[in-house]
Design a protein around this ligand. Sequence first.
Ligand code: AMP
Length: 111
Amino acid sequence: MTTIFKKIIEKEVSAEVVYENESLIVIKDIHPQAPIHLLIIPKKEIANLQAMEKKDLNILQEVALTAQKLAQKFQCEDGYRLLTNNGEKAGQTVFHLHFHFLAGRTLGDLA
Ligand code: AMP
């Protein structure tokens, strides 16, 4: 099923793009939960972490490297959170694999 993120990747829907390369796009979350709230979205259509296949695991490596670059860019190398919600019960609302990058305040109380 086509999600809003696929439409953003295809430029059918606009978003605030922070970074983009061949395999992923980084946008600002429309409802930020922290001063810096970005979404790292692999372009390949995979519903969530649980649906990932072994052959796609290189995506996780790229997500981690991208998070490091974002931390440098936004000067928050000393404190950020990278998370993915897997499944409705975990709060996943968009079923296209993505990682929340959160920083800019003390994150201890963030779900
Ligand atoms: P999740 O609940 O983990 O699936 O995360 C989905 C995230 O996507 C939420 O934090 C939403 O605020 C965010 N979101 C939904 N639609 C858009 C959009 N059009 N542009 C930017 N962020 C969005």
